[in-house]
Design a protein around this ligand. Structure first.
Ligand code: ATP
Length: 256
């Protein structure tokens, strides 16, 4: 097995409850991989193990050839909510991400700040507090902070789950563009099939708990890396979506 992120015989249980069955999986660098699966199947647990926040009960996680033993800034996590710090302005939130970057001087930090404020359309809101900006903007702040920290792996746990449909769509387009532009490795958890197909280079479909891989779908073989919104109306998109819905019904026993 090869890959930038590797699950090596990784399994997890909490006491008597098996949450993740022995998993072997290699994920490529600079790709966006979606973990799709029924609610409560163990997706968050898989992500937390990559983030170093939970330890596998057996096996290991390897990142860039090194075993993961705890959290560090190379892996940044973005959650559904509470992802930006409410007591800090937008600018300070992003600066917070860089506080341990001893390798960057003040001028470089200022340049990175400018870059990410621009990239995420936040320049006019640099001095605003999170409760004064929209939910979509708050999630942009959280992603910007993680990127400014220098994370090259982004672990995103239903980051758009609490957003309205239009904002969610816009952030999906932006995330895809940012992934290509900034060359990041992203693991994105969702149970929304359309979101999965739109974003993914590859979809790993998990069973009900204890999570095990039931399908590995190469979306990049079907859809180009650039994903304009209109791609959702193409026949290829529909076919992929239907194929996955079918797999979910047949392989996971979940009615969607
Ligand atoms: N720290 C813990 N202690 C005990 N059980 C836990 C712990 N963390 C998770 N679990 C259990 O593990 C199972 C999987 O949880 P997890 O959050 O990984 O699932 P998920 O697929 O991300 O769910 P959802 O899609 O609903 O967010 C659940 O049954 C949960 O109750």
């Amino acid at each position: 097995m090869s890959g930038y992120v590797q699950f090596v015989d990784t399994a997890k249980s909490f006491g008597p409850v098996d949450v993740v069955r022995k998993t072997d999986l290699g994920l490529d660098r600079n790709s966006l991989v979606v973990f799709l699966g029924p609610s409560g199947c163990g997706k968050t647990t898989l992500m937390r193990m990559v983030g170093g926040l939970d330890e596998p009960s057996s096996g290991s996680i390897v990142l860039g050839g090194e075993k993961v033993v705890g959290p560090d800034r190379r892996r940044g996590m973005v959650f559904q909510s509470y992802s930006s710090f409410p007591w800090l302005t937008v600018e300070k939130n992003i600066a917070f991400g860089m506080r341990y970057r001893k390798d960057l001087g003040a001028a470089e930090k200022a340049e990175r700040m400018r870059h990410y404020l621009e990239l995420f359309g936040l320049a006019d809101f640099a001095g605003s507090y999170p409760n004064r900006i929209s939910g979509g903007m708050r999630q942009r702040v959280a992603i910007a902070r993680t990127l400014a920290a220098g994370s090259d792996v982004l672990l995103m746990d239903e980051p758009f789950g609490a957003l309205d449909a239009l904002t969610r769509e816009r952030l999906q387009v932006e995330l895809r563009q940012i992934q290509i532009r900034e060359e990041k490795t992203i693991i994105f958890v969702t149970h929304d099939v359309e979101e999965a197909v739109f974003l993914a280079d590859r979809i790993i479909l998990f069973s009900r708990r204890p999570a095990s891989v039931v399908a590995d779908i190469d979306v990049a073989a079907e859809l180009s890396p650039q994903r304009p919104l209109e791609i959702r109306e193409t026949q290829k998109f529909f076919e992929l979506r239907n194929k996955i819905l079918h797999l979910i019904r047949n392989e996971t026993g979940v009615v969607v």
